[in-house]
Ligand binder design. Structure first.
Ligand code: C2E
Ligand code: CA
Ligand code: CA
Length: 779
């Protein structure tokens, strides 16, 4: 949530500012409108008050004029003025003044003389009135004795004009206040008069400081008689200035009506205050609303944010957001995305830890499981048994029936193992290699039982593409921790045990023994030595003679490999041929043997053949025909003198290609012999498929020839069959004279064995040809 606080603040601020801007604009506009309306209302009221004042003024002028005329027409008064009877005039004026409640009234004579003047009014000021009076002016404002006054005059006629009676009431504070009271609004009034001698006089009601006003008024009047803004007694006021008629031309008089703005706009101020309060309230509400609204947006975002964080940590998360808006849709998409990520993770894990073909755990997962099992063993007396399985002859099935069939067999094997393993961990390590990890609860017999169950499960017939297969498996078993203190060692031990199980034949199981380890080490050493032997020239060929029984002479030699090992001395083929075949080293070694045999045999008498053994691996790896051609070419030996010995194991893989190769060898003129005849499963059947030049009857038959009943009959059957097919026969391993006699009787073509000669070196062969064979051997 914290991460979004600033966003929320920002949103709130921005929206609040926007609202504030709008509200302030509206408020300001309203404010001006209110102020404007109030001002114009006040101005209107001022104008109205001005009009009222005008009427009052006229009324008073009229009243004073009537009184002055009445007095001027009075016969006695006229006579008193005409005769200069001052006392009578004065008493008449005093009477009129009292009636009109004015103080100042006097007579201005035709000659300008002033009679019965108020002693407060200087006579010369009154005398100056003569001129306007003479011009006929009878009313107006004038300043007398420093005070503005309303002057009203009436001519005194006797019957000729003899002077004027003048009433001059002051326009003083009292007068002004009276005027102020008459107004509907609390205005302030003042009269200002400017005289021709540049002096000025003023009378104000509630206005006390009048000094500044004339200048301001003069300025305002030049603006056109509109309402003006004036500071009246320090109060900013709205005012109007009304010109008054002056008595003396050249003077100027003004009535000022002012209304302090504070009073004038009081009601407007109230409105404005209300407006301001409402604006502030609106702002607060707007801020609150945006804050709430942004919170409503931010909250789901924050939840999504938090969920994304937890997702990154590998947790399973789902976000719930109500509604159908964009945020809700985002949450839905997020949830879908989480589901897809999890699905993908599951698939990745599946791929990383499971074998694609069988769906079983793979090597990686097995290793983890094994490590886990070892950790669980730690410190306890518990044990685990590791069963290592490998299908017998899987390669042959794969090669003959094709990979899809091989795959089907592997899948079926995985299924059968999982069923038979009874909850124990099963994995496929690769190829046809499987493992079962068994946890033991003290009963060692359980290991044998499980192994037997596994073998039985795999051993059930399996048909694929119309072929009925009889699969079988061998199992090597190692027990942890005694056969290996960690996963890697235990697996190696089980592998060695598997190797041993394979040696004892299909469908068997074997336990790991300490000796296996050493044997394996010896074998590994032999293998690495073998890789170097050819380059180091450690191989040598020995030759064993074959005796032709019809001619009683050596007809042929069989080339037999010897390895002169630098430390172990002479190593026989039985110890290294199998390794050479497994590693493929037999191909270059066999090629060397072929070249070497031809090279040496070419020096022998013409009628002596050379027989060379060929492994099925040489046949199937390709290039064998070229090897033969090269050996023949390099030595220059007659191909008819070369005989290739093969065993029927050669037909186990792809017999068509094999037959083609045999025929092309025959095409070169090379002879082909079937070695170890009678030991295989179907030796006889091969006789039909290829016209061999020779059968070499396996030495096991010769060994048992005189001791085991039936052996002699078998050898006779073979020689007779071969005879009928036009094939030569050689009896191998002839060690006794009795055997030789029996074989002669059976019609064997030739014999080979220690009775005549051991395999010998090339130099010994050369010596043999020089000296001849010792006589006792030939018998
Ligand atoms: P093989 O082809 O059956 O060779 C005959 C074996 O019988 C030879 O053993 C020979 O020493 C032995 N032998 C001969 N006469 C007697 C006898 O009277 N009694 C007994 N007990 N044994 C006799 P070696 O030399 O140890 O060879 C063993 C096998 O190694 C050979 O069996 C052959 O299969 C293979 N081998 C030898 N040299 C080569 C070779 O150059 N290439 C290939 N691919 N295999 C070879
Ligand atoms: Ca042989
Ligand atoms: Ca043989």
């Amino acid at each position: 949530m914290r991460r979004f606080r600033s966003l929320s603040t920002r949103l709130t601020l921005q929206f609040a500012l926007l609202f504030a801007g709008a509200m302030l604009t509206v408020s300001a506009a309203l404010w001006t409108v209110i102020a404007g309306a109030a001002s114009s209302q006040v101005e209107h009221q001022l104008q109205a008050s001005g009009a009222v004042y005008d009427r009052l003024w006229q009324q008073r002028t009229h009243e004073l004029q009537s009184a002055a005329q009445l007095l001027a027409h009075d016969f006695g008064f006229r006579a008193a003025v005409a005769t200069g009877d001052t006392a009578t005039v004065q008493s008449a004026l005093a009477n009129a003044s009292r009636r009109l409640s004015i103080r100042t009234a006097f007579i201005v004579g035709l000659d300008g003389k002033v009679v019965a003047i108020d002693p407060a009014v200087p006579a010369d000021e009154a005398q100056r009135l003569w001129e306007p009076l003479d011009e006929g002016r009878l009313s107006g404002v004038a300043v007398l004795a420093g005070q503005p006054r309303q002057l009203v005059a009436a001519p005194v006629l006797a019957p000729m004009l003899i002077g004027w009676v003048v009433f001059a009431p002051t326009l003083d504070e009292q007068e002004m206040r009276g005027l102020e009271r008459l107004s509907a609004i609390p205005l302030r009034a003042a009269v200002l008069v400017r005289t021709s001698n540049n002096g000025w006089a003023a009378a104000g009601g509630s206005i006390s400081k009048l000094d500044q006003l004339p200048v301001a008024i003069a300025k305002a009047r030049s603006d056109g008689g509109q309402a003006l803004d004036l500071a009246v007694d320090g109060d900013s006021s709205i005012a109007i200035a009304k010109p008054l008629t002056t008595f003396t031309s050249g003077d100027r008089a003004t009535l000022l009506l002012a209304y302090p703005k504070a009073d004038a706009l009081r009601s407007a101020r109230k409105l404005q205050l209300a407006l301001a309060v409402m604006t502030l309230l609106g702002l607060a509400l707007a801020a609150l609303a945006t804050w709430r609204a942004s919170a409503r947006i931010i909250q789901p975002l924050a939840r999504l944010d938090e969920a994304a964080g937890r997702l990154a940590l590998g947790e399973h998360v789902q976000v719930r957001v109500r509604g159908e808006d964009e945020l809700a849709r985002l949450a839905t998409s997020f949830n879908e995305m989480v589901g897809k990520i999890e699905e993908r993770e599951r698939r990745i894990t599946q791929l990383a830890f499971n074998d694609v073909l069988t769906g079983l755990p793979n090597r990686t997962m097995f290793q983890q499981q094994l490590d886990h099992a070892f950790r669980a063993l730690d410190g306890s007396s518990a044990q685990i048994a590791l069963h290592c399985l490998d299908l017998d002859q899987f390669k042959a099935i794969n090669d003959t029936l094709g990979h899809p069939a091989g795959d089907a067999l592997l899948i079926e094997t995985g299924r059968r193992l999982s069923n038979a393993a009874r909850g124990n961990f099963v994995a496929r390590l690769g190829g046809d290699e499987f493992v079962v990890l068994q946890t033991l609860d003290g009963d060692r017999n359980a290991i044998d039982r499980l192994a037997q169950q596994l073998i039985a499960a795999i051993g059930r017939p399996f048909s694929i593409d119309g072929n009925e297969l009889m699969p079988s498996t061998s199992i090597g078993i190692a027990i942890g921790p005694e056969d290996g203190g960690d996963g890697g060692t235990l697996l190696k031990s089980a592998d060695l045990a598997l190797y041993r199980a394979k040696e004892s034949g299909r469908g068997s199981f074997a336990f790991f023994e300490q000796g296996l380890n050493e044997r394996a080490q010896v074998r590994r050493q032999l293998e690495s030595d073998l890789r170097l032997a050819l380059d180091r020239g450690e191989f040598e060929l020995y030759y064993q003679p074959l005796f032709d029984l019809a001619s009683n002479r050596i007809c042929s030699f069989e080339a037999l490999l010897r390895w002169n090992h630098p430390r172990r001395g002479v190593v026989l083929p039985g110890e290294f041929i199998a390794i050479a075949e497994e590693t493929g080293l037999i191909v270059p070694i066999g090629a060397w043997a072929l070249r070497q045999a031809c090279h040496e045999a070419v020096t022998w008498p013409e009628d002596t053949r050379i027989a060379v053994n060929a492994s099925s691996v040489q046949f199937h790896r390709g290039g064998f025909q070229e090897t033969v051609l090269q050996a023949l070419a390099a030595s220059g030996i007659d191909p008819k003198r070369l005989e290739i010995e093969i065993t029927e194991s050669i037909f186990l893989e792809g017999s068509d290609a094999t037959l083609k190769l045999l025929h092309s060898l025959r095409g070169l003129g090379v002879r082909v012999a079937l070695d170890d005849f009678g030991t295989g499963y179907s030796s006889l059947s091969y006789l039909q498929s290829f016209p061999f030049d020779k059968l070499k009857i396996d030495r096991s038959f010769i060994h048992n020839l005189l001791t085991r009943p039936g052996a002699s009959a078998i050898v006779r059957a073979i020689t007779e069959l071969a005879d009928a097919l036009g094939i030569e026969t050689t009896a191998e391993g002839v060690e006794e004279t009795a055997q030789l006699q029996e074989l002669r009787a059976h019609g064997c073509s030739s014999v080979q064995g220690f009775l005549f000669a051991q395999p010998m070196s090339a130099s010994e062969v050369a010596q043999l040809f020089r000296d001849g064979l010792p006589a006792q051997n030939v018998a």
